[in-house]
Ligand binder design. Structure first.
Ligand code: UP5
Ligand code: MG
Length: 192
């Protein structure tokens, strides 16, 4: 793909805010290619022969951020293979160095879709999902660590884009359909 032809939206929000849920709807209606950084990392972790398996596993369990070289490389590869020109990059960038690196070596994001959700609501969703998800980080201990990383490391990324007026903020507390309606309305206003 050529960076000049690519439209990238970063989809950010705390753990359990509903990024994946909303991306699925946007893919259905607008034919974006959805790339979840977390999903790509989990796939790499399970890939036989991966030199990063253990590192990724440890980071995810502890809610820590995998070194950006690994994640940016996985995203770049997935973007090239998708042969698409419209991407939702879900759950990335979650640290300032990743944001700068991606926009330097891949392409600048058109905007940031930010799902704003109180911690208590996100916690409830993740604990509920944890009953069946099998995700190594859907437990009380890991969730606490993920929230801490989000506040300390990932919110500054959102704040950075806010100063550049590139953030579209959506209240992620109501039902998925209501959140999606607000998403559509706000994107329409900005993107036309
Ligand atoms: N749900 C969703 N919306 C709802 C609504 N409006 N009302 C009620 N329920 C709602 O939703 C979570 C749950 O809530 C689901 O059960 C859903 O049905 C329900 P989901 O759409 O999955 O939320 P999402 O924001 O995608 O939550 P997720 O758990 O995926 O967020 P994280 O950001 O924590 O996870 P991610 O997979 O992105 O990252 C995991 C880890 O990977 C990170 O902690 C980190 O260790 C690592 N990572 C990196 O190191 N670098 C990266 O760049 C990315 C990830
Ligand atoms: Mg997700």
């Amino acid at each position: 793909f050529s960076p000049a032809d690519v439209t990238v939206l970063f989809v950010l929000g705390g753990p359990g805010a509903g990024k994946g849920t909303q991306c699925a709807r946007l893919v259905r209606d607008y034919h974006f290619t959805h790339l979840s950084a977390g999903d790509l990392l989990r796939a790499e972790q399970d890939r036989p022969g991966s030199q990063y398996g253990q590192l990724i596993k440890d980071c995810i369990k502890n809610g820590a951020i995998v070194p950006m070289e690994v994640t940016v490389a996985l995203l770049e590869k997935a973007m090239r293979e998708a042969g698409s020109s419209k991407f939702l990059i879900d759950g990335f960038p979650r640290k300032m160095d990743q944001a700068l690196k991606f926009e330097e070596v891949v392409c600048p994001a058109r905007l940031v879709l930010f799902y704003d959700c109180p911690e208590a609501v996100m916690e409830q969703r993740l604990l509920e999902r944890g009953k069946t998800s099998g995700r190594a980080d859907d437990n009380a201990e890991s969730i606490r660590k993920r929230f801490r990383t989000f506040i300390e490391t990932s919110m500054p990324v959102v704040d950075h884009y806010e100063t550049e007026n590139r953030v579209v903020k959506v209240d992620a507390t109501p039902t998925p359909d209501q959140v999606y309606a607000e998403t559509q309305a706000k994107l329409k206003k900005v993107l036309g």
